[in-house]
Design a binder for this molecule. Structure first.
Ligand SMILES: NC(=O)c1ccc[n+]([C@@H]2O[C@H](COP(=O)([O-])OP(=O)(O)OC[C@H]3O[C@@H](n4cnc5c(N)ncnc54)[C@H](OP(=O)(O)O)[C@@H]3O)[C@@H](O)[C@H]2O)c1
Length: 271
């Protein structure tokens, strides 16, 4: 896909991977529709990208857990640009708490944002993407292939997302629409700071060594190339590839390895 003059919707574009994707795709010539809750931040991003790259960009305040907001995001994109070529379901929220301590509203919140947000946006965008034979992307996670301790809600929502995307890809096989699942490894961003604690409050600090991770810019470049090449699944790190592969072949051994990894977090939840 040549990005010039294509219309791309990115959810969760006010921070981290979504914001980096907006910059990368603007650089490659796409027009953008950016959705997230922080409207002022989105407007600052769109006006900077328009100035810097000469593209057109629209900010739409969107809470993806609300179906009507997702419908509005897609509507605004069509009204402004007349077409949708790519939808990137990137908005996401994480958590950090043991299930025994977890208020169930946290798990529901994660499903609402990560899973239902993807379903709503995809549902409303699909008729337009069928017309352009475009691409639907789900920014998922290795946590969608391998359950992670302290992240029951996050892993469940990403497993659900992966199942949804796989079913949809198969349904759309003969339509010309492409469905890609992108699974970054650990990436430096706000995700662990915004992650919900057992009672739904933001964790407020990261539990990991952020300096050793992929950068959002690297992830954005990898996803942009993946869309262009119509890749099926992107697993971006060696650690991620190893985790998915080992979990298929040696699941009980992988339970122990994942336990050991998460027992090394700052203030670990498991010991
Ligand atoms: N960072 C990692 O290590 C990592 C690894 C694998 C996968 N991922 C996935 O990558 C995606 C992006 O995460 P990130 O690392 O860039 O995190 P981030 O910096 O925290 O960004 C998350 C984005 O999602 C948006 N968002 C959260 N709740 C929302 C809601 N209800 N409605 C609309 N937007 C919402 C936030 O915007 P507002 O607050 O303005 O709404 C923000 O723009 C997520 O799906 C995450 O699961 C991240």
């Amino acid at each position: 896909m040549n990005y010039k003059d294509k219309t791309i919707i990115i959810t969760g574009a006010s921070s981290g991977i979504g914001k980096a994707l907006a910059e990368e795709l603007a650089k490659r010539g796409a027009n953008l529709v950016l959705g997230a809750r922080q409207y002022v931040t989105l407007c600052e991003i769109t006006s900077e990208l328009e100035k810097q790259y000469g593209i057109k960009a629209l900010a739409v305040q969107t809470d993806v857990s609300k179906e009507e907001d997702c419908a509005q995001l897609i509507n605004q994109a069509v009204l402004t640009f007349g077409q949708i070529d790519v939808l990137i379901n990137n908005a996401g929220l994480s958590m950090r708490a043991l299930f025994k301590d977890l208020d169930l509203s946290v798990l529901k919140n994660l499903m609402d944002v990560n899973f239902w947000g993807t379903v709503y946006c995809t549902k409303y965008a699909l008729p337009e993407i069928l017309k352009t034979k475009g691409v639907i992307v789900g920014v998922s996670s290795i946590a969608g292939y391998r359950g992670l301790p302290g992240r029951t809600g996050y892993s469940s929502s990403k497993f659900a997302m992966n199942g949804f995307m796989e079913s949809l890809r198969t349904e759309l096989l003969k339509t010309g629409v492409h469905v890609m699942v992108a699974c970054p490894g650990f990436t430096t961003s706000n995700i662990r700071v915004a992650a919900l604690s057992k009672d739904g409050q933001a964790h407020g600090e990261t539990s990991m060594e952020e300096g050793k991770m992929m950068t959002a810019k690297q992830v954005a470049s990898c996803i942009s190339d993946g869309i262009e090449q119509r890749k099926r699944t992107l697993i971006m790190t060696r650690q991620g590839k190893l985790a998915v592969w080992m979990n298929k072949l040696f699941p009980a051994f992988t339970d122990k390895k994942v336990f050991q990894l998460f027992a090394k977090e700052k203030n670990p939840l498991i010991k």
